[in-house]
Design a protein around this ligand. Structure first.
Ligand code: PLP
Length: 397
């Protein structure tokens, strides 16, 4: 028999997956070209060719006993050196291999860090709308996820609201920029405000409050937008990076944590993160992929393809009267539902074979998320269907 907690997890299980499954059913019934499935954030731009080359090179050149063997839980020293050097080059930081812990994607990294710092009953803050999986990650360590309501004008984090929710039990604040589901990049001004608010609260309560900067979309940005590096604003910042989106490798499960020396208790945290990696059952991040990404730190996916989709979908939908913020990064559009109950909108959209995810899955009802990591044809062919959908909605009002 499964645990009561798991039963709860299954019940609350991902609305995104549910919509994806409905999309798969529709595709079987109507054909792929007649279904517009915007449910899942699965990259449709292939990984750079250099990844396959790197995998071959690693397999051909590495000692198999090293490549396929156990290693330090934090990962290969040479890989962590390469990544530290790369991050330092990009952001003017001074990380050493010791500050890098290789992880099983961003999801693995966040789980490792939460396991490192959380005692049952501690609180973790997230800003709505947020990636719904944070519910599961915090529940894994018996933490309470405290949700800051959204600022729907800008979708920047609402710092004033956050301030009123911080308590002595607050151990971490998770931020995600570029953001899933809004595509918004948190500005330097926001990060400065966030940092000074947290510094004041740390002082007031005599506690350490860590920012977890969840950054799988760091490289997917448009119009030359800068994504500020959060460690520069606040000492107690832990960065969770992933190659799932930046190199289109979500199935390979590879990423890393940055734990700066400036973070409170950094030595202990680095040691504990290695142990957490082991006892959570990851043991270490996938060895072949560690070596392969280290050879590809300068590689990029074709962001222009996502940009083309972004522009076509944003312009097409806003012309029809849909309301949304133009995303600055990631590959999601967060659209205001024409009905207060966005699930009604999701249901009506299905009539036109359009699959979108309700904003309540991101703690932001009244909106829907569209993942535009689909083919350009899907975007173009979906627009007449969106038009019919909008006409039906207008006729209902
Ligand atoms: C905001 C956010 N964080 C974390 C993840 C998990 O990423 P990974 O596949 O690297 O575990 C995702 C994946 O979609 C995400 O959107």
């Amino acid at each position: 028999m499964i645990s009561k907690d798991m039963a709860k997890q299954i019940e609350g299980s991902s609305a995104i997956r549910a919509m994806f499954e409905e999309g798969a059913e529709m595709i079987a019934r109507y054909g792929k070209e007649n279904v517009y499935d915007f449910s899942l954030g699965n990259p449709n731009v292939p990984a750079p060719a250099a990844i396959n080359e790197a995998v071959k090179e690693v397999v051909d050149s590495e000692d198999p006993l090293v490549l396929h063997g156990y290693m330090l839980n934090a990962g290969y020293e040479d890989v962590r050196q390469t990544i530290a050097d790369h991050v330092n080059k990009l952001h003017g930081t001074a990380f050493k291999p010791n500050n890098i812990v290789m992880t099983v994607g961003a999801a693995g990294g966040i789980n490792v860090f939460l396991r490192t710092i959380i005692d049952p009953g501690d609180q973790v803050i997230a800003f709505a709308p947020y990636f719904g999986e944070y519910n599961g990650y915090t529940s894994n360590v018996k933490a309470e996820l405290v949700v800051v309501p959204p600022d729907t004008d800008t979708f920047q984090p609402n710092i004033e609201e956050m301030n009123s929710l911080i308590t002595p039990k607050t151990k971490a604040v998770i931020i995600n920029t570029p953001n899933n589901p809004t595509g918004v990049v948190y500005s330097a001004e926001t990060l400065k405000k966030l940092a000074s608010a947290l510094e004041a609260k740390q002082k007031e309560f005599g506690t350490d409050i860590y920012i977890i900067a969840d950054e799988p979309y760091r490289e997917l940005v448009y119009d030359g937008v800068e994504v500020p590096y959060v460690t520069k604003f606040y000492d107690n910042t832990i960065v969770g990076y992933s190659y799932s989106k930046s190199l289109s490798l979500p199935g390979e499960r590879i990423g890393y944590l940055v734990i700066p020396d400036e973070a409170a208790d950094s030595e202990k945290i680095i040691e504990a993160a290695g142990v957490a990696t082991r006892i959570l059952g990851f043991v270490n991040a996938p060895s072949l992929m560690q070596k392969a990404v280290a050879k590809c730190v300068d590689e990029e996916v074709d962001v222009a393809a996502y940009d083309k989709n972004r522009t076509a979908l944003y312009e097409g939908l806003t012309e029809m009267g849909f309301e949304c913020i133009k995303p600055q990064g990631a590959f999601y559009l967060f659209v205001k539902s024409p009905f207060e109950d966005e699930k009604k909108f999701c249901d009506l959209a299905k009539k036109y074979h359009i699959i979108v995810v309700p904003g309540s899955a991101f703690a932001c009802p009244g909106y829907v998320r569209m993942a535009y990591c689909v083919s350009y044809e899907t975007i173009v062919n979906s627009l007449p269907e969106f038009k019919k959908l909008m006409e039906e909605i207008k006729s209902m009002k």
